[in-house]
Design a protein around this ligand. Structure first.
Ligand code: ATP
Length: 516
């Protein structure tokens, strides 16, 4: 399926099956804001629970926090967000469309990369097993030229971004001859910086004094609470603080569904370490986070690391875990070595010491920090991208048909087990099914469904990713056995009612994910 169709299907599926709705849809929607429906909220909660358990429950040296969205305005001055949390924007004067200037340049690089990929594919076909890709890429004249071109654009982009040199960025757009995809013209405004923070006003204070920001990241709540948490939990370095919560960014270009939203949720963990030990922990968290993703069944070809070309003002090393979304490889999670930048700045602006006394070296210092930061919504999109499949399966009458199935890891499925009486108009069956449901609901997220033919009910459960369906039929009334149907293999087995919980628990329990 073409990538664009795959993406359209995914969005339609999310709406049709109650995973995600556009916010305020009755008023024609609010751009880049979304609501999670009944199955969406279950899936998102399961992803958040998996993250929380793997961080807090599985690490004695990581503790949790839930800090407020509003923070003292000085927080954002200290963190650099007031002065530097900007994206460079550019408008096309003919279409009146607004773009991120750096994204236009990145897209131009992607186009050149596609040319390289095409040449490689052609050569691969021509040379077959003999093909040595590394040698081809480094020696083929056209491909080498493209590679050099990309490197030079990347360098110019990085320099203009880190020097905050907007005229240089505009020049780059002109030199690359980038046209507006909408109007096709090159009639651009100058590039200017746009601050991404939303602001609001405290009720009782007028003017700048009362200006509050909606937090653009959850991280700063962790930094300002660093000593509160360390002292009350008596943690020794290295230790971490984890938090899940909403963040807000006034994104310039907010397309691509829940990939880039104006209100979203982050799962962030700050790991405080001794200065000088940050690179060791950076490597540790890189590897640990990649394992976390792979435990969900995401494959090597869906995930990759991407080192930052352009380091943020606070970082001395940074890497993204990118996922292959339907619109290409894009950032899913960031792992950043943030040095002592944030704590030092809060120390400076608040006038309070934010230092740790290290009994081993008998010295106080501002710790260094390695952060892992992932968007819960992007994680949701990655899980859906991976799981949503169409496949041909045998019918009950031996023919073939297509089914839409959501092959989510069983431990994150919105419904873990569905209980289905074979017929809805036979009270003895519905009663027996209700009894099974009432037993299982204490241990699992269950659903009782009696509407429509059994085949259609199975398909409905496949489409929302339910790993197990339990069918109650006349045999059940005689011998207390049921049919258990497994989503992926479609295998149906006859088991005793008392065995259901054990079988289901083995696959839907989080343990398999956490043991990885
Ligand atoms: P991008 O380059 O895509 O704008 P970023 O580098 O600004 O992302 P970070 O500030 O590192 O992102 O935020 C950490 C994580 O938060 C990201 O990896 C992403 O998963 C998530 N995130 C950031 N911005 C958004 C958004 N607008 N909508 C949804 N998730 C987001």
């Amino acid at each position: 399926m073409a990538q664009q169709d795959q993406f359209k299907n995914l969005i339609a599926h999310c709406k049709e099956y109650g995973f995600i709705f556009q916010s305020s849809e009755v008023y024609d929607g609010l751009s880049a804001v979304y609501d999670y429906g009944p199955y969406g909220v279950e899936l998102k909660n399961n992803l958040k629970d998996y993250w929380w358990a793997s961080m807090v429950q599985m690490h004695e040296d990581i503790v949790g926090l839930d800090s407020a969205i509003f923070m003292h305005p000085k927080t954002w001055k200290a963190s650099g967000h007031v002065d530097a949390f900007n994206d460079p924007l550019i408008d096309n004067k003919d279409s009146n469309k607004r773009y991120r200037a750096d994204v236009l340049v990145e897209e131009a690089m992607e186009k050149i990369q596609k040319k390289i990929d095409k040449e490689v594919k052609k050569a691969q076909k021509r040379f077959g097993d003999e093909f040595d890709q590394e040698q081809f890429v480094s020696t083929h004249p056209r491909v080498s030229r493209y590679t050099e071109e990309i490197a030079s654009i990347r360098e110019r982009l990085a320099t203009s971004m880190s020097n905050n040199d907007m005229p240089a960025l505009k020049q780059l757009i002109e030199d690359l001859d980038i046209a507006d995809p909408e109007s096709g013209t090159r009639n651009w405004t100058d590039v200017r910086q746009f601050n991404l923070m939303f602001s609001t006003q405290l009720g009782n204070i007028a003017g700048e004094e009362g200006k509050l920001y909606l937090r653009p990241e959850t991280t700063q709540g962790i930094f300002v609470n660093f000593l509160n948490v360390q002292k009350t939990t008596r943690q020794k370095l290295p230790f971490g603080i984890a938090q899940i919560g909403k963040a807000f960014r006034n994104e310039i270009v907010a397309r691509q569904f829940i990939f880039r939203m104006r209100e979203f949720e982050q799962m962030e963990m700050q790991f405080f370490v001794r200065p000088g030990e940050e690179m060791k922990w950076y490597e540790y968290w890189k590897e640990s986070r990649m394992k976390w993703h792979k435990a969900l069944g995401h494959t090597d070809s869906e995930l990759r690391f991407h080192d930052h070309d352009n380091l943020a003002h606070y970082a001395n090393a940074a890497v993204d875990i990118e996922f292959q979304f339907p619109f290409g490889f894009k950032e899913l999670e960031g792992i950043h070595s943030r040095t002592d930048f944030d704590l030092s700045r809060h120390q400076e602006l608040s006038g309070r010491k934010l230092q740790y006394f290290d009994p081993e070296v008998n010295e106080s210092y501002v710790p260094y920090v390695v952060e892992t930061s992932i968007g819960a919504d992007r994680m949701f999109l990655a899980a859906m991208t991976h799981a949503l499949q169409e496949e041909t399966v045998p019918d009950a009458d031996g023919k073939e048909s297509t089914r839409t199935v959501l092959k989510l890891h069983p431990a994150i499925a919105p419904v873990q087990v569905a209980v289905l009486p074979l017929l809805k108009n036979r009270e003895e069956l519905t009663k027996a099914a209700r009894d099974v449901f009432d037993k299982l609901k204490f241990s699992f997220q269950c659903q009782y469904d009696e509407k429509d033919a059994i085949g259609r009910r199975y398909r409905r459960q496949d489409a929302i990713g339910t790993p197990y369906c339990i069918t109650i039929d006349f045999e059940t009334l005689d011998d207390h056995t049921v049919t258990i149907r497994e989503r992926d293999s479609l295998k149906q087995e006859r088991i005793h009612i008392d065995q259901i919980a054990d079988i289901v628990r083995k696959r839907v329990g989080r343990e398999s994910l956490l043991r990885r």
